[in-house]
Design a protein around this ligand. Structure first.
Ligand SMILES: [Zn+2]
Length: 551
């Protein structure tokens, strides 16, 4: 079955590659055919995935795992023949500029030991402390008040403090997660995408998928400033847990099928939070129901976390040097760091593996690019695009304050939406930039790439291509089939090697290798906003809305 399928696929590839593509772009069908064959027959993606996930996952910024993974990518790209491979350091610091420590969970075990004996499924919250060995204690269920005033919260804290001293505390009501009888589609519809990618299509109506227009309609009432936000109550809960000497704090994952998303203690300081675990919704529900029915519960936890000297993290870079336009650069990449509940496969080892592969394909088929092609694998994305922002600042500056490399930059492709095949692109620049990419991707419509659009938004957030947009540089974000990204794998304990669809990522690497090649070979640079048309830089975010991108 497989061999006939491949024979048909290659047959179609050659037919498609040979078919003349009507564009004003200089498309090279022979190179495209070579790219397709190399991508299909010699793919290294799943081998790269094995090392980034099974061997070096999870890759939390600041942890030894992250550094080992970054060193492995540089060594591998160098073995493939790339040049100038290195780790570029950047400052990993807290809001007060003090050096931020690295952190990793090494051991976790949780058990209910009365009234029944059973194992618990949980994930430790990052940058929280270990337990002092194995601890056993009674469980207490606390449901803090919602949007209280400060005096209301103080009274509540005074009342509950004696009840929680030295115990294990469930914080928050159990979330009733309903069975989803209308799960979202795993793949985008071609026609929908064609319409979306059509620059002449009317913009979506305000309020329906429109951005911002519905602002006023969202809830309407300005928040009552005398009432505390959920984040303020959460911070007060951590202080209460510490002052009451709580043994372990338990949070509800609030998702179905044992999914757990565990993020970080916002202070990044293990002395400012108790040992904290996110329990799967099913275990949190079981314990809170037993407690709420008046039966005492005893729990046992063993948590071993390590902190690491930090203050520095890295971006991993390597390149295929250009020839006659070697001082101009086309970049591609994705973030290498991940959260810690699984091995960070769809977020975002796969983005790194696809980008390494796209460049490897060009190297393997012997391309001599005119412009330099540079792969960049970022650290610190999950903590706010830290690595890519540091890189843009270090190398390019901004449109308002450019560095010499600013004018030599010819686009940065970014993948960061899971395993789904790429379906389209969004480039920061004038409409002409969208046209160039649309035409370059046209020969890959059979692999699912439906087009490209341009954007003039310099707002950063969401993923690393926006670090370039924010500076006024053509960042290129790639949209993908959603597959299980938002429903199962994004930042969860299910995000492992097994969630990768090899056929999809091979297609993405082939289309990207071609786009890279054609941007590296074309006479003109990718169209960019001229100084006089450059959109204004975004206003800095207000208090408490620091640039946590996180996608
Ligand atoms: Zn991501």
């Amino acid at each position: 079955m497989k061999s006939t399928f491949i024979a048909v696929l290659v047959g179609v590839a050659v037919a498609v590659a040979a078919a003349p593509v009507i564009t004003s772009e200089q498309i090279d069908p022979e190179i495209n055919a070579k790219i397709r064959a190399e991508a299909e027959n010699n793919s290294q993606i799943m081998r790269t995935m094995h090392y980034l996930t099974d061997v070096h996952g999870p890759r939390l910024t600041g942890s030894p795992n992250f550094k080992a993974a970054a060193e492995w990518t540089v060594k591998q790209m160098t073995e493939w023949g790339f040049k100038n491979g290195k780790l570029e350091p950047w400052d990993f610091v807290n809001a007060d500029k003090s050096p931020r420590q690295g952190w990793l969970n090494e051991r976790f075990a949780g058990h209910i030991i009365a009234p029944v004996k059973d194992s618990l499924v949980g994930e430790v919250v990052a940058w929280t402390p270990s337990t002092k060995g194995t601890i056993v204690a009674d469980a207490v269920h606390l449901v803090p008040p919602t949007r209280p005033t400060q005096p209301e919260l103080d009274a509540w804290i005074k009342d509950v403090t004696p009840k929680i001293k030295g115990n294990i505390v469930l914080v928050g009501a159990h979330t009733a997660v309903r069975v989803n009888v209308t799960p979202p589609a795993l793949r985008r519809d071609d026609d929908d995408l064609r319409r979306q990618m059509d620059p002449d299509a009317p913009p979506p109506e305000a309020g329906r998928g429109g951005r911002g227009a519905g602002g006023a309609g969202r809830g309407g009432e300005p928040p009552d400033p005398t009432r505390l936000t959920a984040q303020a109550v959460n911070t007060a809960m951590n202080a209460l847990m510490l002052s009451a000497g709580v043994a372990v704090r338990l949070n509800d994952a609030g998702r179905d099928h044992g999914q757990i998303r565990a993020f970080q203690n916002n202070t990044y300081d293990v002395t400012k939070a108790p040992p904290t675990v996110v329990l799967r919704n099913e275990d949190y529900g079981r314990i809170s129901r037993i407690l709420d029915n008046g039966t005492p519960v005893r729990l046992e936890f063993t948590i071993v976390n390590q902190s690491f000297p930090a203050g520095k993290s890295f971006n991993a870079v390597a390149e295929i040097p250009g020839t006659d336009k070697a001082d101009e650069v086309v970049m591609l990449g994705g973030h290498l760091d991940s959260w810690h509940s699984a091995t960070g496969a769809t977020d975002n080892a796969i983005g790194c593996a696809v980008m390494m592969e796209a460049a490897r394909i060009l190297q393997a088929i012997g391309v001599k690019p005119r412009r330099t092609i540079r792969v960049a694998l970022w650290g610190g994305e999950e903590q706010g695009l830290l690595g890519s922002k540091a890189y843009v600042k270090e190398h390019f500056g901004t449109a308002e304050n450019p560095k010499p490399e600013f004018s030599k930059f010819n686009g940065y492709f970014n993948v960061d939406s899971g395993t789904g095949r790429i379906r389209g692109a969004s480039v920061f620049g004038p409409p002409e930039a969208g046209t160039v990419l649309r035409e370059i991707f046209k020969p890959f419509e059979d692999l699912g790439v439906m087009g490209a659009l341009s954007t003039s938004s310099r707002r950063s957030g969401g993923t690393d291509s926006t670090s370039f947009n924010e500076a006024g540089l053509p960042g290129i974000g790639l949209s993908q089939d959603p597959i299980e990204y938002q429903t199962y794998t994004w930042h969860t304990n299910l995000d492992t090697y097994e969630r990768i669809i090899e056929e999809d990522v091979k297609k993405s690497a082939a289309a990207l290798a071609s786009a890279l090649y054609h941007l590296a070979m074309r006479d003109e640079m990718l169209p960019r906003f001229a100084k006089e048309n450059m959109p204004a830089p975004p206003a800095p975010p207000g208090p408490g809305r620091g640039g946590l991108g996180q996608r």
